[in-house]
Write a protein that binds this ligand. Structure first.
Ligand code: SAM
Ligand code: SF4
Length: 467
């Protein structure tokens, strides 16, 4: 019998790419491939790329340089290594990738990766294969389902794509061009995926989409359901302990989402709500379609229904035309909101976006200096938020054995890693932990004895939504 062929996949960028990489593994598993952690002994290497900033795109070409050497070595040993580039760089650059890196066999955009087996066959026949169309039928109907063993190996926390693409056209962003127009998956398809995950031990679901709260998928009643209604529906599925969703746009926070936070204890009180800038002038130039005041009002609506809610955000510093005054307004907004965490990036001009044509570039030194100041402020807020957990008892969903022998690590509602000394039986359970100390970004604590802590397995654990 021929040994199975090996697939190595390397993913860059956002959560959607992590999810897409898993679905590509599932697609190729149906074609006889098994995953390997080592690119050098793979028969097929897929780079699942990110185009959001220049640095992310350029990483792909340096990786392709390394793979060229690995492929030559494989050929010397009588092995054929195939190389595919998937994801947003594939979508944006298409055939240009093969021109710059002839070692690549297949280029496949994010909407077409269900065609990977055919594309590989076409490349074997014709030398190269490129597919970057937005096909009329969505790929989800064609993707093979993950096998039980694959779901279990991926752990108790899973992503499910519910929405893809974006119609917002922020002037700095490539997503509307690489991922296409907003599309929402129907509710019953999402429920099927979720049931398969929970049947195999998944306890935490993160619903993902480039603009997830623009979700408007068809419900079983034939109407378009908003995200809040979908969350209410999924909360009924036995086995789910926690629900999350990401990434949201401030403009699309509707009453259904606020009500979901009010009504569903299992919907985690931690919301990623990117704002990008604290200056109305810059928000307008970014085409964000909201003001600082609108953003603060949205935050207040969440806080009114859930006092323990915390926020994270994304910021861009050095957008064209950003003055010191604009940047100070960003710092002031961060002070006003008080974040549990946040990501901040230097503006990176992306070819084809309106902002790339803007002339008033901020100097590299001003950008560097602003990024340091913003990150210092965000870090101080994150440290204060983490320190505030010391001495309290918090619910932790345990995920896996930690690096230190005997320790098990899980996450709090706010995604803070929390470590305890305990038996691996607790993996998959939500248990109260008394937090004793903080080590960098990790909380250390002790399990608080509860009747539920003894003996239950994932399948038999009484913890469902609201635990
Ligand atoms: N949909 C989300 C939103 O509404 O903000 C964000 C999607 S994007 C994948 C993630 C983050 O990358 C953005 O929030 C933004 O902060 C950052 N980003 C996008 N384009 C960028 C660019 N050209 N330069 C620097 N950062 C960028
Ligand atoms: Fe990009 Fe703006 Fe869409 Fe977010 S909302 S994906 S930043 S265009």
């Amino acid at each position: 019998m021929k040994p199975p062929r090996k697939l190595h996949i390397k993913s860059y960028g956002c959560q959607m790419n992590v999810y897409d990489a898993q679905r590509m593994v599932d697609t190729m598993a149906a074609d006889g491939f098994v995953e390997t952690a080592n690119a050098d002994d793979a028969d097929l290497v897929i780079l699942n790329t990110c185009h959001i900033r220049e640095k992310a795109s350029e990483k792909v070409y340096s990786e392709l340089g390394r793979l060229r050497v690995a492929r030559e070595e494989a050929a010397r040993n009588g092995r054929d290594m195939r190389i595919a580039v998937a994801g947003c760089v594939a979508q944006a650059e298409g055939g240009e990738i093969i021109r710059r890196a002839p070692v690549v066999d297949v280029v496949v955009g994010p909407q077409s990766y269900h065609h990977l087996p055919e594309l590989l066959a076409r490349a074997s026949r014709d030398g190269k294969a490129i597919e970057t169309e937005f096909p009329p039928l969505d790929k989800f109907g064609f993707l093979p389902q993950p096998k039980s063993a694959a779901i279990r190996a991926r752990g108790i926390s899973a992503f499910v794509t519910v929405q893809e693409g974006c119609d917002k056209f922020c002037t700095f962003c490539v997503v509307p061009y690489t991922r296409g127009a907003e599309v929402s998956r129907p509710v019953d398809k999402i429920v099927e995926d979720v049931k398969r995950l929970t049947d195999n031990g998944v306890r935490e679901l993160t619903l993902i989409g480039q603009n997830v709260n623009a979700y408007h998928g068809e419900g079983p009643d034939g109407r378009a359901w908003p995200l809040g209604r979908l969350l209410h529906h999924l909360a009924e599925i036995p086995g789910i302990a926690r629900l999350r969703y990401s990434t949201s746009h401030p403009r699309d926070v509707d009453d259904s989402l606020i009500e979901a936070h009010r009504d569903l204890p299992g919907l985690m009180p931690f919301v990623h709500l990117p704002v990008q800038s604290g200056s109305d002038r810059i928000l307008a130039a970014m085409n964000r379609k909201h003001t600082v005041r609108d953003y603060v009002a949205v935050i207040e609506r969440f806080r009114r229904v859930r006092q323990d809610i915390a926020f994270s955000s994304d910021f861009i510093v050095g957008f064209p035309g950003e003055t010191e005054e604009d940047f100070s307004a960003t710092l002031a907004l961060v002070m006003q909101i008080g974040y549990a965490a946040a990501y901040s990036f230097k503006y990176s001009p992306r070819p084809g976006t309106p902002a790339a044509e803007m002339q008033e570039m901020v100097s590299a030194s001003d950008m560097d200096e602003r990024l340091v100041r913003l990150q210092e402020l965000i870090d101080s807020q994150q440290s204060a938020f983490n320190r505030a957990a010391i001495g309290t008892t918090v619910d932790v969903l345990f995920e896996r054995a930690a690096r230190n022998p005997g320790q098990i690590v899980g996450r709090t509602a706010y995604l803070q890693p929390a470590h305890v000394m305990a038996s691996p039986d607790i993996i998959g359970k939500v248990l109260p932990v008394r937090i004793e100390s903080l080590e960098r970004y990790s909380l250390l604590g002790e399990l608080v004895p509860t009747p539920a802590a003894s003996g239950a397995t994932i399948a038999s654990s009484p913890t469902t939504i609201g635990a």
